[in-house]
Write a protein that binds this ligand. Structure first.
Ligand code: PLP
Length: 386
């Protein structure tokens, strides 16, 4: 009885996993009374992210990945009347900050290889916006969705051609590499997220990766209410309360000790799914398109060809749910979201098709071999009953 209960415990999509040393850093914060935003844990967490990312990048820890994108847009001078090009196939947190600064998003479709921003449609969009509005978009936001690096060479080439800065959304891609360089180091700015289900967590949090010390200073300034250099409280600009707390950064420091393990485990889980599902035609995984791409495989995603397998992605989601296994549809593209119904979109239906046929499988580092088999068995049993 007890055994069968353990065997059939719920399998979650993506769970946090602690190293055990997180509590030591939190305890230190309490012992030294650093229970505030800023502090030694924040400094050490930022330093360890800088060492990890390399490329001489500077990191500012913030309350979320969303706030990181917001502060990047502010520093690029994006405001009322401006347009920002954004990958359509993403989580809404990529696009919302464009609205926070009173600018307008222009959505660009995905390419089939990476599921990320299509360089072809990016250039078509830039040209068309210039001809329609008489000015260039102010920024480009590609995303490394599900940890898969975007086609950065092609995207940066176009960005450079038109001199438009890139904000890289690397929220899901800490540990991923493109051409042997870490995701989060390609843009003028990049955002990271440490939300509960990301590669590492600080319970909630994020960071802005900056290219210069000047940007770092500006980011900290805006993240702490834009206080001028004066003994009293004086403000010449609008600021925000976005700085990460010393307690959350303590969790982050502990998580840095298991980051490599998390990436290795998620890749291993992906490759196990890949092996076990290879015999089933009609189910395909998001795989690295070439050796240039090294996804962290944050979530293993499948595409379901219902004509070949005889069931749809929704049939599979419901069957998993019955078996007490959490799966999730892929992100619904932004150009299909009611809140962005009036925004321009450039594409050919690629992300919409991905959304309609895709599903994310459980991918936590804590997944056991038995858990993976349970997931795979649901897929096989469904393919036999139809
Ligand atoms: C999680 C996520 C974000 C935002 O991160 P938060 O820390 O939740 O604000 C941004 N973009 C993508 C693609 C994400 O998955």
């Amino acid at each position: 009885m007890l055994n069968s209960k353990i065997m059939n415990k719920k399998i979650w999509l993506s769970l946090a996993h602690m190293s055990g040393v997180e509590q030591k850093f939190i305890q230190e914060a309490f012992d030294t009374n650093w229970v505030v935003p800023l502090g030694p844990n924040v400094n050490a967490f930022e330093k360890s992210l800088e060492d990890y990312l390399e490329e001489n990048k500077k990191v500012v820890a913030l309350i979320s990945g969303t706030s990181a994108i917001h502060l990047a847009l502010i520093q690029l001078g994006v405001g009322f009347g401006d347009e920002v090009i954004c990958q359509s196939f993403t989580f809404v947190a990529t696009a919302n900050p464009i609205i926070y600064v009173n600018a307008s998003p222009v959505f660009v479709d995905s390419e089939k290889e990476t599921w990320n921003m299509s360089p072809d449609f990016l250039e078509i969009a830039i040209k068309d916006r210039i001809s329609k509005t008489g000015k260039k978009p102010k920024a480009i936001i590609p995303v490394h969705l599900y940890g898969m690096p975007a086609n950065m060479d092609a995207i940066l080439k176009i960005a450079n051609k038109y001199s438009i800065p890139v904000i890289e959304d690397a929220a899901e891609a800490l540990g991923s590499k493109y051409k042997n360089k870490k995701c989060g180091t390609f843009g003028e700015f990049a955002c990271l997220s440490f939300n509960g289900n990301k590669i590492i967590t600080t319970s909630g949090g994020g960071a802005l990766v900056c290219s210069t010390t000047e940007e770092t200073i500006k980011t900290m300034f805006y993240a702490t209410q834009a206080r001028d250099d004066a003994p009293h409280y004086q403000h010449s600009e609008i600021g925000y309360n976005y700085r990460m707390s010393n307690i959350c950064a303590g969790i982050g420091r502990g998580q840095m000790t298991v980051l490599d393990y998390h990436v290795a485990r998620r890749r291993e889980i992906h490759s196990k799914y890949s092996d076990k599902l290879s015999k089933l035609s009609g189910i395909s995984l998001l795989e690295n398109p070439s050796l240039d791409y090294q996804s962290n495989h944050w979530l293993t995603c499948v595409q379901i060809d219902s004509v070949k397998v005889g069931f749809t992605q929704e049939d599979l989601r419901l069957a998993m749910d019955k078996a007490d296994i959490e799966t999730r549809p892929l992100w619904k593209p932004m150009h299909l979201q009611p809140v962005f119904a009036d925004s321009p979109f450039y594409g050919d239906g690629t992300s919409e098709a991905l959304f309609e046929k895709g599903l994310c499988l459980p991918s936590s580092p804590v997944l056991s071999e038995n858990d993976i088999d349970r997931v795979v068995n649901v897929i096989y049993s469904l393919s036999k009953t139809v």
